[in-house]
Each structure stands twice: as structure tokens, then as C-alpha cells.
Design a protein around this ligand. Structure first.
Ligand code: FAD
Ligand code: SIN
Length: 544
């Protein structure tokens, strides 16, 4: 069997970032997209609320920029925000051109919704199944493109850099190249080397690092970990966004890559009110924007109410709105809750915060290039500077679109202006390894990482909790490394290895920030440092 593939551009991931960049890159060259499960398995597919963009005639770029900067708590890069906001409407038009059907209002215009932190209604959506509709249109277009080949069940293990081809001595940490990736074909169990002139990391998020998450099982932080291992610069990994309103389900363990169902922020945008189990309305105590304050504020308010009362959940009440309108706006949420015995038109929804989004990631420039030559990145795995210390609702899909398009521009330029010579790349070496016979150890370690991160690196942190988490994750890392070195690779161990690395990166970044800002709140430094200029937390693996 041929365990080698070559392409001009390798894209890792088939969510909005991977597929949209594939379409843009395929306009000038050939592309292979690898994706670790089937092509629709992504966070994108579960996005509910929609995509924020300046589309209403009452709206302005300035207003969207300001809302984004305010949510970001002083840490956004204003240039990156401006790029996203101003290029957003064009990218939404691109989606419409390939057949994405967004919901229209009764006048035939796009029905724009409002979410937390937005001063006006500006979220274009497809009912409450926006991601599914966007992903459908993208896949249809990608699958009919002659320059794009999609390979499902292809799990990227590691990026190929000087490190893998034994040229490390000759290259500085910030002067290295990426020439593709080693990828496990999960059907044949063969590790394939895919060499490429340029590689796009579009692997999405890391919610599975936490016990309770809205993210699907694929979100094990693979891209963050691969990039870190390869020596990419990473920033602001301490800023993990907890969505305030995930459905509370008693007896749900979540230990094994389950996903907690999201109750979209659009429900609060539509008038939903948060209350305690006793019916006390509490958001007015915490912020003048009440239920539509940015997510960090709402999630901390819920956390505080739960700690005070000892309850397991709070309530989100939308019953004062007409049943017909609720069902029409939120068919997915209505039907899913109904299937679990909750009629949201008649009774409030029990909700809890859950890990939702990584605001930090691989640092990229305005054309989506990382510090590693030939390695580009877009989507949730990146840190563009757009989100700062807290992402504004529905800015994620927009950021992914804008920076996926910019990756294509960056790659076109990179391929035109560089003579790219790919060295001889060795085949994957698994001599001396055995097939794993104790997979239970993996499952156990997986659960331990998730529980540790939930208990010690959650919404409220402290020096002591972070230190404890660091120690536990290190012990699990040592156990896993020992197992990894003597075992033939398979998906579960690769995911565990990535989960541990992602946890390590989050904890390390959180320990570096000696203040509370946005999503990072620690009882040891409860104030925001308003004396020194705000700093990104930048880390880089010096021994890749
Ligand atoms: P993803 O869509 O997650 O795609 C990542 C891809 O990479 C997948 O195909 C995956 O299989 C692949 N992959 C990962 N690792 C590997 C590997 N090792 N090898 C090969 N392939 C790999 N944002 C908004 O703006 N608006 C919303 O309304 C909204 N709602 C959301 C609702 C939910 C429930 C969730 C979970 C998120 C929501 N978000 C929303 C956030 C947003 O959906 C994500 O940030 C965005 O979809 C990320 O896109 P992506 O392309 O970067 O990653
Ligand atoms: C939601 O619908 O609440 C999710 C929106 C987002 O994550 O931006």
C-alpha cells in the first residue's frame, strides 16, 4: 500500500474554517482535506445562534467593532477586529452564493437576531440550526470541486517540520518549515506521510478537555497540541469561554466525550430570563445589560448563584413568549428539550454553564500565517487577536470565514514568492511498538483529565487550584508517555495525548496571568491590572 501522498496544500479539518479555506485555495491550486471522522463531524455543525455581521441598515462597522472590543476586556487587537468586521458582510455573501439558506423575516429580508454583548440585532441565522445549514452548503460545494479531495477518517498525528526530518540542528526555533503532516488512516491503521507546500491547521476547539462541554467529541485540542509540539507560538490559552446556558441533565456523567446540549444565547436575545430555582430573577444584580451581558459575566453570575444556593442548576424562562413563536424560532431546541421531557413553551429550562470555546490559540498574522513557514491556521484553533479575553457571541463563525479567506490569499502569495523545496521525509517509524491491549487505561486517564480541568481550571480559579491541576496533569502525562512509546498509534491514545497537552497549555497560560480579566478569573488576583498595558500570554515549546 502507498503510504505517501503529495499535494500543494494540505488542510487539516472539515469545519467552516477548513472547508471555506479549501474552496478559496482551490481557485488557484489543488488541495487535500483530511478530517478525523466524517466530513460533517465538527463544532460548526452544531452552531445554533448564527453569524454576527453588519447587515442591517441601522447597524454600523463602528458599533460591531466597539461591541467586540468591549467584550474582549481590553485585550483585542483592534486591527484584527476591524478586518473581521469590515470583511464580514462579503464573506456572508460568499456563503449565500454557494446556496446557504439563512432565515428571512416576513418582509423578505434576513431575520437578524440579537445576542449577549451586541448593541443591536445583527446575527444572521438559519433558525437555530445555523451551523448545520452552513456546513451542508460548504460540503456540497467542496464535494463538487475538481481541485479538492476530502479524506475522511484520516487523523492528523503531527506536523512535519525539521524536527521529524532530523534537520533540527540547522534551524532556529523561529525559522522552521512545515511540509505537511503524518496522518493515521483509521480504516487501514497505516500512518501516511502527506507532504505539502503549505498546510492549513483548521482543527477547531478543545472543549473536550473539560467534563461538561457543548463541544462534540472531535474537540480534543489536536491542532493546539500539534502546533505546540511543532514549536508554534501560542497565545491567551487561559481564556476558555464557558457558555452560560447548557441544558442541565441529571445523572449525565460526560466522562466519555459526551456533549452537553446548548440552549442558544439567542433564546435570551429573544427575551429569555435567568432565574434561580426559587424563581428569583438575578441578572440585574450583576450587570446593567442583565441577561444580555457578555458571556463571562453571565457565566460567573450563574456560578455565584449556584455556589450561594447549593443548587445544581438555574432556570432559563421563555414561557412568557407565544408558543408558536418559540417553536418557529427554535425548533431544534424545542424538540430536543421536549424529547427530554421539558416543554419550553410551558416550563423553564434547567441550565448550567459548560466549556464552549477557546479564545486563544495558535498565533497568526493578518494573512493567517503562523511563525512556522508554510503553516497557516484559521478558525477556533487560532489566536487572531479578535476575541481578546472574551469572545463576543457569534463572532466565531465570522472570524473563521474571514481568516480562512485570508489564509488563501496568504498561501497564494507564499507559493508565488518562495521556492519551496521539500526534503526527503522519513516514513513513520513504529518499530518496537506493540498493539495496545489495555485501552481501559486510556479511558480512565481521559476521564481524569476532564474531571481535573473541571474542578481546578474552571470559571473561578486560584493559585492553589492551578498548581494542583498542573501536578495531576503531569502525572497523567508521564503515564500516557510511557504507554505511547511502546504502543502502535490508534485514535484514542492520540486524542488522550492531545488532551493532556492542551490541558498543560491552558494551565501554564493561566498560571502566567497575575490578574483577573475577561474569562480568566482568579481569587488570588481578583482585580484587572489597569496600571500596566494589557498583555497577551504567549507561550512556545522550546524543545520541539
Ligand atoms: P470545527 O468546526 O470544530 O472543525 C474542526 C475540524 O477539524 C473537524 O472536521 C474535525 O474532525 C477536524 N479535526 C480535528 N482534529 C483533527 C485531527 N487530528 N486530524 C484530522 N482532522 C481533525 N459560533 C458562532 O459564531 N455562532 C454560533 O451560533 C455558535 N454556536 C455554537 C454552538 C455549539 C454547540 C458549539 C460547540 C459552538 C458554537 N459556536 C458558534 C462556535 C463555532 O461553532 C466554532 O468555533 C466553529 O464552528 C469552529 O470552526 P472550525 O472550523 O475552526 O472547527
Ligand atoms: C449560541 O447560540 O448561543 C452560541 C453562539 C456562539 O457560540 O457564538
Amino acid at each position: 500500500m502507498n503510504n505517501e501522498l503529495n499535494t500543494d496544500v494540505l488542510i487539516i479539518g472539515s469545519g467552516i474554517a477548513g472547508l471555506f479555506s479549501a474552496l478559496k485555495i482551490a481557485e488557484f491550486t489543488n488541495v487535500i482535506v483530511v478530517t478525523k471522522k466524517d466530513e460533517t463531524d465538527s463544532s460548526t455543525n452544531y452552531a445554533q445562534g448564527g453569524i454576527a455581521s453588519v447587515l442591517g441598515n441601522y447597524d454600523s462597522y463602528e458599533s460591531h467593532i466597539q461591541d467586540t472590543l468591549i467584550a474582549g476586556a481590553g485585550l483585542c487587537d483592534p486591527k484584527a477586529v476591524e478586518i473581521m468586521v469590515k470583511e464580514g458582510p462579503e464573506r456572508i455573501k460568499d456563503l449565500i452564493k454557494i446556496g446557504t439558506k439563512f432565515t428571512l423575516n416576513k418582509n423578505g429580508n434576513y431575520d437578524l437576531a440579537r445576542e449577549g454583548g451586541h448593541s443591536v440585532a445583527r446575527i444572521v441565522h438559519a433558525k437555530d440550526l445555523t451551523g448545520k445549514e452552513v456546513e451542508r452548503a460548504l460540503i456540497q460545494e467542496v464535494n463538487s470541486h475538481k481541485n479538492i479531495e476530502v479524506k475522511e477518517d484520516y487523523f492528523a498525528i503531527d506536523l512535519i517540520t525539521e524536527h521529524n526530518v532530523n534537520l533540527l540542528k540547522d534551524s532556529q526555533l523561529d525559522n522552521r518549515n512545515c511540509w505537511g503532516a503524518y496522518v493515521l488512516n483509521n480504516n487501514s491503521n497505516a500512518v501516511i506521510k502527506i507532504s505539502a507546500k503549505a498546510t492549513v491547521l483548521a482543527t477547531g476547539g478543545l472543549g473536550q478537555v473539560y467534563l461538561h462541554t457543548t463541544n462534540p467529541g472531535i474537540a480534543t485540542g489536536d491542532g493546539f497540541s500539534m502546533a505546540y509540539r511543532a514549536g508554534a507560538r501560542m497565545a491567551n490559552m487561559e481564556f476558555i469561554q464557558f457558555h452560560p446556558t447548557a441544558l442541565f441533565q441529571p445523572n449525565k456523567t460526560n466522562g466519555n466525550k459526551e456533549r452537553t446540549f446548548l440552549i442558544s444565547e439567542a433564546v435570551r436575545g429573544f427575551g429569555g430570563k435567568l432565574k434561580t430555582i426559587n424563581g428569583e430573577y438575578f441578572m440585574a444584580k450583576y450587570d446593567e445589560r442583565k441577561d444580555l451581558a457578555p458571556r463571562d459575566i453571565v457565566a460567573r453570575a450563574i456560578d455565584n448563584e449556584l455556589k450561594k444556593s447549593g443548587d445544581e442548576y438555574v432556570l432559563l424562562d421563555i414561557t412568557h413568549k407565544s408558543a408558536k413563536e418559540i417553536v418557529d424560532h427554535f425548533p431544534n431546541i424545542y424538540n430536543t428539550c421536549l424529547s427530554k421531557g421539558i416543554d419550553i413553551t410551558k416550563e423553564p429550562i434547567p441550565v448550567v454553564p459548560a466549556a464552549h470555546y477557546a479564545c486563544g490559540g495558535v498565533m497568526i498574522n493578518e494573512f493567517s500565517a503562523t511563525n512556522i513557514k508554510g503553516l497557516f491556521a484559521c478558525g477556533e484553533v487560532t489566536m487572531t487577536g479578535v476575541h481578546g479575553a472574551n469572545r463576543l457571541a457569534s463572532n466565531s463563525l465570522l472570524e473563521a470565514l474571514v481568516y480562512a479567506n485570508r489564509a488563501a490569499i496568504g498561501i497564494k502569495d507564499f507559493m508565488k514568492n518562495n521556492v519551496i523545496k521539500i526534503p526527503e521525509i522519513p516514513s513513520w517509524d513504529d518499530s518496537g511498538t506493540l498493539t495496545a491491549d489495555e485501552k481501559i487505561l486510556i479511558t480512565h486517564n481521559f476521564k481524569e483529565v476532564k474531571q481535573t480541568m473541571w474542578d481546578y481550571v474552571g470559571i473561578v480559579r486560584s493559585n492553589m487550584r492551578l498548581e494542583r491541576a498542573a501536578k495531576r496533569i503531569h502525572t497523567i502525562f508521564e503515564e500516557m508517555e510511557e504507554f505511547y512509546k511502546r504502543t502502535k498509534v490508534f485514535v484514542e491514545i492520540l486524542e488522550l495525548r492531545n488532551l493532556i497537552a492542551a490541558a498543560h497549555i491552558i494551565i501554564k497560560s493561566a498560571r502566567m496571568r497575575k490578574e483577573s480579566r475577561g474569562l480568566h478569573y482568579t481569587i488570588d488576583y481578583p482585580e484587572t491590572d489597569n496600571i500596566n498595558p494589557p498583555q497577551n500570554t504567549i507561550i512556545q515549546n522550546k524543545n520541539p
